[in-house]
Design a binder for this molecule. Structure first.
Ligand code: UT7
Length: 332
């Protein structure tokens, strides 16, 4: 089957890069800190270890390394970048945007750069915005980063969250193409879900001070069961929306790249979509949930399988609640 509209200008992914910190936090490390076990964590989440960024580094440092990885592998000149979009919930600081810090560290002094926060759906949101910029024909080279240093917001003693999250950064380079690229995106949010997954402290409602830190507001909190149910339902629905409005069935999709929050969520979405075995990609086992970085990192680590012309569907769910799905033709 052929997907695409003649004469349409697409934003195609023409490069991908990633960075994962060297330090690992294994299940046996967590067994020493709280009442949990490797067996429980693997069975309930599929995760064996996560990567933890060094304390003196921040989100921008991982993003810079991911971008450098992309530039080296795909022979890109960073001075060609027109726009740099950074999806993150863990900016280096409230101001300026982490995108500005990344640009400065890369020696780029006149790039349009800003952050967007849609939590675990952030990469999908930023990818669609980046594609839209290309489609205006005013931008020719757009970088879309998903990066999070979420370990700084995880209470190491809280077994309901410390088992899940790790740090990382992924990035894609978008360029115009008349052959294919980002075909569609369906993105939604519902702020009434904010009580089930959040980091309350450090914003304008609860500015960070010693008292708040004592009250634990600086840590990520979630109602895991509620988030789990909404994640499966919303990601499946979003995928059906994208397939329906493009006249596709699951058999047309070569690869599904779901947000990597829990292997059981990935499997449940796969079952809901009835995707053939092996077509839902996963790299959660050794990285955990890296928030906005999961999707680009999952593609980056599975590149050998993805062939030119393959149709790839992405789907994510996260705090907000925010969720969505997008579809692209792999053009590399
Ligand atoms: O990007 C979006 C971010 N978040 C998510 O997607 C999170 C989605 N939720 C989840 O992944 C799962 O809900 C969790 C992994 C957080 C929890 O798994 P669960 O299967 O929902 O477990 P549960 O909370 O229902 O707990 C089941 C049992 C309880 O014991 P009892 O009451 O049955 O005796 C818990 O106390 O497991 C116990 N438990 C644990 N045991 C060992 C809960 N956490 C742990 C733990 N180690 N870490």
């Amino acid at each position: 089957m052929s997907v695409g509209v003649p004469n349409r200008l697409y934003a195609a992914i023409t490069g991908i890069g990633g960075y994962i910190p060297a330090n690992t936090r294994s299940n046996s490390d967590l067994e020493k800190i709280c009442d949990t076990s490797d067996e429980w964590i693997v069975k309930r989440t599929g995760i064996k270890e996560r990567r933890i960024l060094e304390e003196d580094l921040a989100t921008s440092d991982m993003a810079v390394r991911a971008i450098e990885d992309l530039a080296a592998k795909y022979n890109k000149n960073l001075h060609d970048i027109d726009a740099l979009l950074v999806a993150t919930s863990t900016p280096d600081m409230p101001m300026p945007a982490t995108a500005n810090i990344i640009a400065d560290k890369l020696g780029l002094d006149n790039v349009w750069a800003f952050d967007m926060n849609a939590a675990c759906s952030g990469f999908l949101y930023a990818l669609d915005l980046g594609a839209s910029l290309i489609e205006t024909r005013r931008y020719k080279n757009v970088l879309v980063v998903g990066a999070d240093n979420i370990s700084t917001y995880v209470d190491i003693h809280d077994r309901s969250t410390n088992i899940l999250f790790g740090d990382g950064a992924g990035v894609v380079w978008l360029e115009p193409s008349t052959e294919g690229g980002i075909m569609d995106a369906y993105l939604r949010s519902n702020g009434s879900g904010r009580s089930f997954l959040n980091i309350e402290g450090g914003g304008s409602l609860y500015p960070m001070d010693a008292e708040d830190a004592m009250a634990d507001k600086r840590f990520l909190k979630q109602d895991g069961k509620t988030v789990f149910k909404h994640a499966v339902q919303s990601m499946s629905d979003a995928c059906f929306q994208v397939m329906d409005r493009n006249g596709l069935t699951i058999n047309d999709i070569n690869w599904l790249v779901p947000h990597q929050a829990n292997q059981r969520i990935i499997d449940a979405v796969g079952r809901a979509l009835d995707i053939p075995e092996g077509r839902a990609l996963s790299n959660i086992e050794y990285l955990g949930n890296t928030i906005a970085a999961t999707i680009p990192l999952c593609i980056w680590q599975n590149l050998k399988q993805i062939k030119t012309g393959d149709l790839v569907m992405l789907t994510a769910f996260g705090a907000g609640f925010s969720w969505g799905a997008s579809l692209f033709k792999w053009m590399i």
